[in-house]
Design a protein around this ligand. Structure first.
Ligand code: IVH
Length: 666
């Protein structure tokens, strides 16, 4: 029996590692996420019954251990040197001439050209194919031991995917941890919704994520790895760098697929020029090309200076930056009262688009970068659409530049502002700027989607005292709208129709539209699914809210504070009187749902929903829930510890859904 379990565990681990490799290294998944989750769950189940069989390299052991007070510093066995940089074709050719002279080599040198990923360098140690330790570069001689955090990154195999007897006794692999641009944007959006400071660029976000003291927090950041070199190694015969990359890949670590063996420096130059523009199409930041002498023998012969190996050189791309002047700095008041300084720039072309504004984020940032009105500055797009000011060109200062003093009162209402962390905030609920931003947000596409109700009209409506808050939109009359500048009778009627139509929007849109601090569209969807009606959400307790996955303490408290506010109560009363929908949409309104007309069966325990909730959701979307699996069943929803229904569904070839997949279907 015990032997059986041990064999079963080995098989499951091998299967999981195989699929990890297919997914992360080869980009060719063979099974669905759900089937993968099932394998993982099964392994967890066996390991729970036989904890003595748990090994640190088991796929279940990625996140383990408690938060730590700080990182231990460790010495690198081989120093992690830096790279000599070049910035032009000529410098690259000079490098080639120099090393050929050193090597007394008449023939062209073979190089490997690789993309230079703009992330964080790490070293990974594998003992007999098992990941044992990982560290940051640090000062090149000593780095931080970040093993626990690195273990959470799925790209890093905890064990090599080759046969055990092929794993070298000791191997050090070096690579770059990065955060894809798309994930970086999502992360920043989320941080903004949660009132946290945004990361300046994907590299900072990756570095910050690697240095979190709680590995379970790092696990939530979608960090990735490209391995690019073998450091220290024992027991493996390697002849050239391309061979090293191939070996690294065979062991199961992802290697960037775009490397190229170049027969001479001409080919390297072509490679560098080719990627200068193409790099924009990648979902990660590439700040140059790394050129490496392919032969390990020649590498050895060339050796290193105290700073960098002589066999490696980088060709740096100019960052996509532009130089322009700050004409003025305006302070914008957001819908929750945050004061954001925004620079008005002399228009300039950057990465193919004309930009005339840059966000300065907050006043601490202005002070840190010593940005003044009239300064000549370098602007850059860093993985996002709105550019930022990177630095001031100090040499251009004339002495005429004016410092930007943080306001002590709100520019819109004159109320005293309060500093909270790095942000200045206006807490006046009647502040006209906040009122206008809240109404704009209420009418925006992801909220109530009122077509035609944009900032210019809202400005007039508030300034003319026609509305005081977003609920007043619903008592507007044709005459009110027609009295506005640039609004004819026809467009006034269209606007009224759009306002009327918005009354039927789903509960998640309404929750989002309310503009509760820290609650964005994603959280609104979760809340709508959980509570079904606005009234139920209004009376939710902190404990109930905190119990929901993805709703943290800050958000829960903000929701409670919002609904207990007397002004909110008045506004919700007005929405109710106007007949605005406050329920999650029911069957009739969810016409095109893939759930409509389908029969579902549930088995096992779900994590996010109770059985009743799932049944409610399916019914509202026009589906049916039955208790046993038959040929009439369309979907089986599977939770933890599923029963015999799972086997039966497999036999009948019925589609099986995990909780996540069910949510997607919703
Ligand atoms: S090889 C001796 N290859 O660039 C250094 N580095 O500016 C060996 N980097 O610290 C590094 N992509 O973090 C190498 N394909 C690549 C790389 C790469 C990014 C980083 C690495 C290094 C930095 C130097």
């Amino acid at each position: 029996m015990a032997k059986n379990i041990s064999e079963k565990i080995d098989t499951l681990r091998a299967q999981i590692r195989y699929h990890d490799r297919k997914y992360y290294v080869e980009n060719m998944p063979e099974i669905t996420d759900f089937a993968y989750d099932l394998l993982m769950k099964e392994l967890e189940k066996y390991e729970k019954t036989s904890p003595h069989l748990i090994t640190p390299d088991s796929p279940t052991q990625r996140v383990s251990g408690e938060p730590i007070p700080g990182f231990k510093s460790i010495e690198h066995r081989i120093p992690m040197l830096s790279i000599e940089n070049t910035y032009s074709e000529q410098e690259l050719r000079e490098y080639d001439t120099r090393i050929r002279r050193m090597l007394k080599c008449e023939d062209p040198i073979e190089y490997v050209a690789e993309l230079k990923i703009d992330g964080v360098a790490v070293t990974l140690w594998y003992q007999n194919g098992i990941f044992t330790q990982g560290a940051t570069r640090g000062d090149g001689l000593r780095g931080d031991n970040i093993t626990a955090n690195l273990r959470t990154i799925k790209d890093i195999p905890l064990r090599f995917s080759c046969a055990d007897n092929h794993a070298p006794p000791l191997l050090e692999i070096r690579g770059e941890i990065y955060l894809p641009n798309s994930d970086f944007q999502r992360l920043n959006q989320l941080r903004e919704e949660e009132g946290k400071v945004r990361f300046a660029n994907p590299r900072n976000a990756a570095a910050g994520s690697l240095k979190l003291l709680d590995p379970s927090m790092t696990a939530k950041r979608p960090l990735r790895l490209f391995a690019y070199a073998v450091g220290y190694y024992e027991g493996k015969t390697l002849v050239n760098h391309a061979n090293c990359l191939k070996t690294i890949k065979e062991f199961g670590l992802p290697v960037n697929p775009h490397y190229q063996i170049c027969r001479n420096m001409d080919e390297v130059v072509l490679y560098c020029n080719g990627w200068e523009l193409k790099r924009d199409q990648l979902d990660y930041e590439v700040d140059g090309i790394v050129v490496k002498v392919n032969s390990l023998e020649l590498q050895k012969e060339l050796g290193a200076t105290s700073k960098a190996p002589r066999w490696i050189v980088s060709y740096k791309y100019c960052p996509e930056e532009a130089v322009t002047k700050i004409e003025s700095i305006r302070v914008q008041v957001g819908k929750t009262g945050t004061l954001t300084p925004v620079a008005k720039l002399q228009s300039v072309v950057l990465s193919g688009t004309t930009v005339s504004r840059a966000t300065l984020h907050n006043f601490d940032e202005i002070e840190r970068k010593d940005i003044r009105i009239g300064d000549v500055v370098v602007v850059q797009k860093a993985g996002e659409i709105i550019p930022q000011v990177v630095r001031v060109v100090q040499g251009n200062r004339t002495g005429e530049e004016k410092p930007c003093i943080p306001p002590v009162t709100c520019p819109a209402c004159n109320d005293t502002v309060v500093k909270e962390d790095v942000y200045l905030r206006c807490y006046n609920p009647f502040c006209p700027a906040q009122v206008k931003r809240k109404i704009e947000y209420f009418a925006s596409r992801k909220a109530m989607d009122i077509e035609g109700l944009g900032p210019a009209l809202i400005e007039q409506l508030v300034d003319k005292n026609l509305i005081e808050d977003y609920a007043d939109i619903y008592s507007l009359q044709l005459d009110d709208l027609a009295s506005l500048d640039r609004v004819g009778e026809k467009s006034a009627q269209n606007l009224l129709n759009a306002i009327e139509k918005s009354k039927k929007r789903d509960l998640c849109n309404l929750i989002c539209a309310l503009g509760i601090m820290h609650v964005g569209s994603h959280a609104a969807e979760i809340l709508a699914k959980r509570f079904n009606t606005l009234e139920k959400l209004t009376s939710a307790t902190v404990e109930e809210l905190e119990g929901i996955h993805a709703i943290g303490t800050i958000m829960a408290r903000s929701i409670i504070a919002f609904f207990s506010n007397s002004q909110t109560k008045e506004i919700i009363g007005k929405l109710q009187t106007a007949g605005v929908n406050r329920k999650a949409l029911d069957i009739d309104e969810s016409a095109a749902s893939p759930i409509k007309g389908k029969t579902f069966v549930l088995t096992g325990v779900l994590n996010k929903y109770s059985r009743k909730e799932v049944e409610g959701l399916i019914k509202r979307k026009g589906g049916k829930v039955t208790s046993s699996v038959s040929s009439k069943t369309d979907y089986l929803i599977v939770g933890d510890t599923p029963g015999s229904k799972l086997e039966k569904a497999k036999e009948l070839g019925i589609a099986i859904l995990g909780e996540g997949e069910f949510e997607k279907l919703l």
